[in-house]
Design a binder for this molecule. Structure first.
Ligand SMILES: Cc1cc2nc3c(=O)[nH]c(=O)nc-3n(C[C@H](O)[C@H](O)[C@H](O)COP(=O)(O)OP(=O)(O)OC[C@H]3O[C@@H](n4cnc5c(N)ncnc54)[C@H](O)[C@@H]3O)c2cc1C
Length: 421
């Protein structure tokens, strides 16, 4: 019997196993994971830490769900060696020969090589075990290092638990990869209004304490804390894989083709451990978002079972909830672009703020604060013909309701801008 092995049971691996089953009713499908849990959503871990949702809302699938699809789910089974030539996976207490392999090993938090970062009380927010650790912590004061979306969500969650929270960021604004200065400043203010201290342009140098965290030393001050949440970034988790087995891209992720196939015959890869093309910017890189991982998993799994499906590319719309307000970003930031060909249109409205980045008359970036209703239409604009003049000749993509007038208003502004050239 043909064996399809999937390593990693995050959303990518889980979807890959299911998709493989839909294509091949007879193969043996084995899903191996070092996690003790079947499948949960990382996206809602912060809400679980904040006690806003119960564990049942975090868990997405149970072992029985995999059993129904005749997928052999092997929990707490870390694959420690992959013999690509022999088509063999090894774990602590056994081995698995396979015919087809899907690598879905996801990502791991970046840990700086600085003193004290291995102390008790330093946590990343990546797994359900991390969330349980934060829920079980005594409380008091926490320092969150890094102001990406996960750092912001972690800070808000702990603040909601009644902790005193300080955010420390090396760069000069919060959410630096998602928002330019004007909106980032507003978001920082929102955090501060809720009692979170935000220190920007500050470098963390050391975690102090004996066995446990007692304080964090930065290049400007010492912050007392019982807990440090370290969220300075994610890297592909590829300790199992080396560059002789499959090709890696410049981003450090596994390189795959449109079919999610790696450079090695019989091996596919998907999710956070792979690189892909951004549908809006065209950039090849790591696009670590849930819906990208899910679609990549479906395609990799189906193709490993014999289908010929193509991945269209990654859609990187990132949304962050800052207390009760939503902020979203897609495409290029103005700070990433230079030159006369770049224009910024910043619109304030009763529902929030919108910042549009145009390059060579094409919409290449959108940042929104408040309502995100109009994002869909704007993303379509970005992906369509690319020349905004063409987009403007069309009828508004959203023709009725409040989103309709907002979009029409935007098109009016954009027309004025184009006509001014
Ligand atoms: C706190 C948090 C919040 C997030 N919020 C959002 C959000 O709001 N929206 C959004 O789009 N994205 C969000 N993301 C990102 C999103 O969760 C990820 O992009 C997605 O979960 C990636 O799925 P994956 O299956 O590729 O990887 P992972 O979820 O990392 O899963 C990989 C699995 O492989 C296992 N594994 C690794 N190596 C081995 C091995 N050698 N042997 C066996 N098993 C192994 C790991 O234990 C893990 O279970 C968030 C991420 C985090 C951490």
């Amino acid at each position: 019997m043909k064996v399809i092995a999937v390593v990693g049971n995050g959303i990518a691996g889980s979807e890959a196993a299911e998709a493989a089953r839909r294509v091949d009713r007879d193969a043996r499908i084995v899903l191996l994971t070092k996690e003790p849990y079947p499948l949960y959503s990382a996206c809602v871990l912060a809400d679980y830490v904040a006690d806003r949702i119960p564990l049942e809302r975090v868990v997405l699938k149970r072992a029985a769900d995999f059993g129904r699809d005749r997928i052999d789910l092997l929990l707490s089974k870390q694959v420690v060696e992959w013999s690509a030539d022999a088509r063999m996976l090894r774990f602590e207490d056994g081995e698995l020969p396979y015919d087809r392999l899907v690598i879905a090993t996801g990502s791991r938090p970046v840990v700086p090589n600085l003193p004290g970062f291995n102390k008790e009380g330093v946590v990343a927010l990546k797994t359900l075990a991390d969330a349980e650790q934060l829920r079980a912590a005594r409380g008091g004061a926490a320092v969150v290092v890094g102001t990406g979306p996960v750092g912001i969500e972690a800070a808000i969650a702990l603040s909601r638990r009644g902790w005193k929270v300080t955010l420390v960021e090396l760069l000069d604004r919060v959410l630096p990869r998602l928002f330019d200065e004007p909106l980032a400043l507003i978001l920082k203010k929102r955090l501060e209004d809720h009692g979170i201290d935000v220190f920007l342009g500050e470098r963390v140098l050391e975690v102090q304490g004996d066995a446990r965290v007692e304080a964090v030393r930065t290049d400007r001050r010492i912050l007392t804390a019982e807990t440090v949440v370290l969220v300075i970034g994610m890297r592909p988790e590829l300790s199992l894989v080396d560059r002789k087995q499959v090709a890696f891209g410049d981003s450090g992720g596994v390189r795959v083709d449109r079919h999610m196939q790696t450079s090695r015959e019989g091996v596919w890869a998907c999710g956070d451990c792979t690189e892909s093309e951004d549908l809006v910017t065209g950039r090849i890189g790591l696009h670590m978002l849930w819906h990208n991982a899910r679609l990549q998993g479906r395609i990799a799994g189906a193709n490993a079972a014999g289908a010929h499906r193509q991945y269209p590319g990654s859609l990187n719309v990132t949304t962050v909830n800052i207390f009760d307000e939503t902020a979203a970003s897609v495409g290029f930031l103005a700070s990433e672009l230079t030159g006369n060909e770049m224009t910024v249109l910043h619109k304030k409205a009763p529902w929030g703020e919108l910042r549009l980045i145009l390059k060579d008359q094409c919409l290449v970036g959108v940042q929104a604060l408040g309502s995100t209703d109009r994002l869909g239409g704007l993303v379509t604009m970005m992906m369509q013909g690319r020349n905004l003049r063409k987009v403007l000749l069309k009828k508004p993509a959203v023709s009725e309701g409040p989103a309709g007038w907002i979009l029409r208003g935007l098109q009016r502004d954009l027309r004025r801008l184009m006509d001014a050239d």
